[in-house]
Ligand binder design. Structure first.
Ligand code: SF4
Length: 394
């Protein structure tokens, strides 16, 4: 059939291409963030914290939309206590630059010494250029560099590579301090921290936080490896590099992150999909920090949260959520373990009422335990007061 001849002045109207699901979600997240607000990238520290509280839809949507939670907390009148001093930041950067100096010679030596003693020592490692436009471009460049380095079979240092990880249906871009490719083609994540390593060991809590962060990078790196044939091995021991005994010299230690990796993967799989949370929000919801405080409070409160005391060390909104949780009398503000033991009793008022025998199913083990505890308390207080009555002064 011959093609229709266009009539001058009556050109066919181009067909509207419907937006894809990904585009629609990106638009919706931009609306939630605020039209003039730049997205805050989700880093591995935030992802590890998100995975630690997978039931919190509030944190999931705020992180998914790239909302700056520190700015939001300040706008809500509950500024966070997070942040690093400018001095500590500069000292950390100077230490990292020192560790990676001379084409990463010292860093590659530490990786070989701590994680791959059987391999030939690195002489002159390769440091590919990873520059590209935008996070997607940088992630693609990183994947290419990893493939080339694996095929080359030589010690290679990828300085600040970019990795992508799907989080609750939305891509998150992550930037580890470094990834090293070994001569056998395996890959190692390197974490460089500014807290000191004294006599070969560092603060256990800080090492634990670094391990959780590194586990997120390992998961993201495995996604890249899965797309290559044959898939290179991603090592589950990462290299932690810290200043040695308060000096500026590097000390390194291998940290096994298998446990953190499997916990984080399980928790990330449990996250509710960002688009499902976004779809349940009222029309016009926006978290832009320049909105009036009552509007912002209403927007934040429209998303369910699961506050727990652990939030104080992991989330910028902790003071806001704690105040709300206490006002509502939620038992989660007393800790997750207590919440789990109280079964269906979610509020402090319900717990007290059940303990007094005014409400609650007596066959419920939590209610029965509360009543027993209340009886014991009453007995103890009663006997103490009778002791006092019967006691006589010498
Ligand atoms: S502080 Fe609030 S938003 Fe953050 S994780 Fe806890 S409950 Fe969720």
């Amino acid at each position: 059939m011959p093609a229709p001849v266009p009539v001058p002045g009556r050109e066919p109207i181009p067909k509207q291409v419907p937006p894809t699901r990904g585009t629609r979600l990106r638009q919706r997240l931009a609306e939630l963030r605020g039209p003039a607000v730049a997205a805050q990238p989700l880093d591995a520290r935030a992802l590890a914290a998100l995975a630690a509280n997978p039931g919190c839809k509030r944190r999931a949507i705020l992180d998914g939309a790239g909302v700056n939670k520190a700015a939001l907390a300040s706008a809500l009148g509950s500024p966070s206590a997070f942040g690093q001093s400018q001095f500590a930041f500069m000292r950390g950067n100077a230490f990292e630059a020192r560790v990676k100096a001379d084409g990463g010679a010292e860093l590659l030596r530490l990786v070989q010494e701590k994680l791959d003693a059987g391999a030939e020592p690195p002489v002159a490692g390769l440091v590919p250029d990873l520059a590209a436009v935008g996070p997607e471009g940088r992630a693609a460049r990183t994947a290419l560099a990893l493939r080339e380095a694996t095929a080359a079979g030589a010690w290679t240092l990828l300085d600040h590579p970019m990795l992508a990880l799907d989080v609750a249906g939305s891509p998150a871009f992550l930037e580890p301090d470094a990834v090293v490719v070994h001569p056998d083609g395996s890959w190692t994540v390197v974490e460089i921290k500014s807290f000191p390593m004294l006599d070969g060991s560092a603060d256990a809590a800080k090492v634990g936080a670094a391990a959780r962060q590194a586990a997120v990078y390992v998961l993201a790196l495995e996604r890249v490896a899965d797309r290559l044939t044959p898939a290179p091995g991603v090592r589950h021991s990462v290299l932690l590099v810290c200043p040695k005994d308060f000096s500026n010299l590097p000390a390194a230690s291998a940290v096994d992150v298998r446990k953190q990796r499997s916990v984080t993967r399980r928790q990330l799989d449990r996250l509710t999909r960002i688009e499902d949370i976004a779809a349940a929000l009222p029309e016009g919801t926006c978290f832009a920090p320049d909105l009036p405080t009552p509007d912002l409070t209403a927007a934040v409160e429209s998303v369910p949260a699961t506050y727990a005391p652990e939030c104080l060390s992991t989330c910028e909104l902790a003071f806001h959520c704690r105040a709300r949780s206490r006002t509502e009398g939620a038992v989660t503000s007393l800790g997750r373990s207590l919440r789990a033991e109280l079964g269906g009793l979610a509020r402090v008022d319900d717990v007290l009422s059940a303990a007094r025998g005014e409400s609650g199913d007596p066959t419920d083990p939590a209610v029965a335990a509360l009543r027993r505890a209340a009886e014991l308390r009453a007995e103890a207080l009663g006997s103490r007061s009778s002791d006092r009555k019967g006691a006589s002064c010498p």
